[in-house]
Design a protein around this ligand. Structure first.
Ligand SMILES: Nc1ncnc2c1ncn2[C@@H]1O[C@H](COP(=O)(O)OP(=O)(O)OP(=O)(O)O)[C@@H](O)[C@H]1O
Length: 207
């Protein structure tokens, strides 16, 4: 599903992480760990193809992946239903009922996204994953703003995704209760010479 080989990632022209290799098979989840600022978000964005790799290779499924970063990608004036319908169409899907139920959004279906609480917005952002039909999920701090019940909903959705042959790569400090998820601590992969001129000149704002 995902093969990462000797990957190096940069931020603001500085190499942060290097020598990262791992495989993710169907049905597997892997959690990226490491202290604040080590480069978890940067690595996820590099694997997602949102920024170029400084070295190494990433092999993805032919249909691509679903990425959920810090921005939730919601359209403020569209309702919950309209947002999910929009994203489902973008990914060539039609059914949003399962996503509404899985993230407990049925009662909020007609509310504009801008009128949702932070946790409700996050639930809608996660429901978006469910309408992509993509087998590989890359998730950056997916449970930020979620209460315990919503974290449990999310964990259930991830388990169902894995059981259906999907895979998930996540950066999070929160225990999701996914007992079979592997863990990759990025600390040993911190770049040794971050200021040694390996910069690629790529420096955009975080989306
Ligand atoms: N535009 C930029 N220019 C220079 N450095 C940057 C830029 N953007 C981010 N950084 C730095 O890159 C490093 C990696 O950031 P990143 O967000 O990938 O870390 P992280 O491990 O996800 O952190 P956290 O656990 O806090 O979310 C940080 O030290 C950050 O300060």
């Amino acid at each position: 599903m995902l093969a990462v080989r000797d990957l190096a990632a940069t931020r603001g022209g500085l190499r942060l992480i290097e020598g990262v290799s791992f495989d993710l098979l169907p049905g597997q989840a892997l959690v990226l760990r490491g202290p604040n600022g080590i480069g978890k978000t940067t690595l996820l964005r590099t694997i997602a193809g949102l920024q170029p790799a400084a070295a190494g290779t990433v092999d993805l499924p032919p249909e691509g992946l679903a990425y959920a970063g810090h921005a939730d990608g919601l359209k403020a004036t569209l309702t919950v239903t309209e947002n999910l319908t929009f994203w489902a169409r973008i990914f060539g899907q039609s059914d949003i009922g399962n996503a509404l139920e899985a993230m407990d959004l049925v009662q909020l279906a007609d509310r504009p996204a801008q009128n949702l609480s932070a946790g409700q917005k996050r639930r809608l952002g996660l429901a978006r994953l469910l309408v992509t039909g993509r087998r590989l999920w890359l998730l950056d701090e997916p449970t930020v703003s979620l209460d315990r019940a919503s974290v449990a909903l999310f964990a259930t959705a991830v388990r169902a995704h894995l059981a259906a042959g999907g895979a998930a790569l996540m950066a999070t400090h929160i225990d999701l209760g996914l007992d079979d998820a592997g863990t990759l601590d990025l600390t040993p992969f911190r770049a040794r010479f971050p200021a040694a001129g390996q910069g690629d000149g790529f420096d955009e704002a975080f989306a």
